[in-house]
Design a protein around this ligand. Sequence first.
Ligand SMILES: [Mn+2]
Length: 489
Amino acid sequence: MTLSAIAAFDEAVVQCHDAPDPDAIACGFALLTFLRQKGVKVRLIYAGARITKPNVVLMVEALKIPLESVSDLPRPKLLITVDCQYGAGNVTRFECDRFAVFDHHRREIPDSDDLVIMPQLGSCSTLIWDLLRKEGFDFAANPAVTTALVYGLVTDTLEGAESRHPLDRDLEEFGGADLTLIKKLKNSALTMNDLQTVALALSKPRLIGTIGLMRSDACDPNLLGFAVDIAKQVEGFDSCVVYAPHNAGIKLSIRSSVREVMANELAAFITEGVGSGGGNLEKAGGYIAFSMMTGVSAEQFIAARIKDYQTRYNFVYADRHDIDFAAMPSYRKLPVRIGFAPTIDIFAEGEPICVRTLEGDVDTQSSRDIYLMIGVEGEIYPIRKSRFEESYTVLPDPYVLTTDYEPTIIGKRSGEKKRIVPSARTCVAKAKKIIRAAPLARDAKVFTAWDTAKYFSGRIGDYLAAPNEDFGDLYIVKREIFHKTYELI
Ligand SMILES: [Mn+2]
């Protein structure tokens, strides 16, 4: 259901899950404020034990959030659950005429037009912020709402370390939040009990292959980040995973210290099909509902996934491989139209810039010599001007973007954020490039010649490819993209 559709109701109730955390409360507060401004009569409620966590109590007081604790509810015309799903295990079910859901956990209830669920986001606050922005909500006039949403994001993503989507980073950098209050809240998150909980978790580490696994009793999510940051320093742990019960599932916090494991990928692997996970190369997090792990304990489930993760990949290093590309079929690059923009058309020459894409942030600088390419799936990558001119022909047509997140370019000196599309033009690959390629028979991690920090992950069916003239310059092409961009000779 859209926010405008909700604003057309004359009354509504917004409900947080039964153990309301800053993310749920922030979303509820933001919706309440928006709907009241639209003339809707709204209440913000939760059922369950009264909140006692010091940071949550302080947040509600400091931002004057009219959060009510209830045990029963007169049947509302519209009940909106935030950061949780109506009828799921972590939220008391109240009778209502109609319900709507805003959440960022994996869908647990039958789909309908009244659910807005985006598991790719690090917090529900990000979702609500984005929707309010699209409704033209005046954040400057409502600083308490801005502060609540930024704090909701901060707690759900462990200060941004485990954020999953470029929109999370956009909210992190959104101005107008009371950073002094957020700092105070961050530093009142723990109880003495929490500290004992983490000490206990760290006292029983398990080693699966080269990955450490630790279980904690329920505790503040911040503590998981704290625990895993200590654990990752243990020699012998290439990566580590700490998890704890959280609401109706488990929350995972993951760190990696080696090139062979990207934390965000390990998070996505552990939660694949059963939850949501993401982050960056070194830090990541995730969530799995108990209802998705039937028949096994959470410990058994995670341990099995970690084991599977470590045995399923072939490792391919560009500088030392023995793959017989010469025996593979030859393909020619199709003349597919893609976009490009010279960096100096976006920012003044010499400015360090950050390209924000779905895949993550890429740092480069504005230079006469650097162009940005916009690929068929909206992916962005820098390319040298000389290489561009060798490989592409510029077309007269304007560029039209067809993906849902529009990439932005941030000037690191000026702090200015700019769209790439207005500066983008269309080009087409000169059709002479011949490559050798074959689909992967096993999942593989490919370490290319030109990126020493990351690897490219290929799934069975994706293509391993290399240009005819240099088998050392190998790379992975996703199956969907391969057939759109290459043809068999
Ligand atoms: Mn949340």
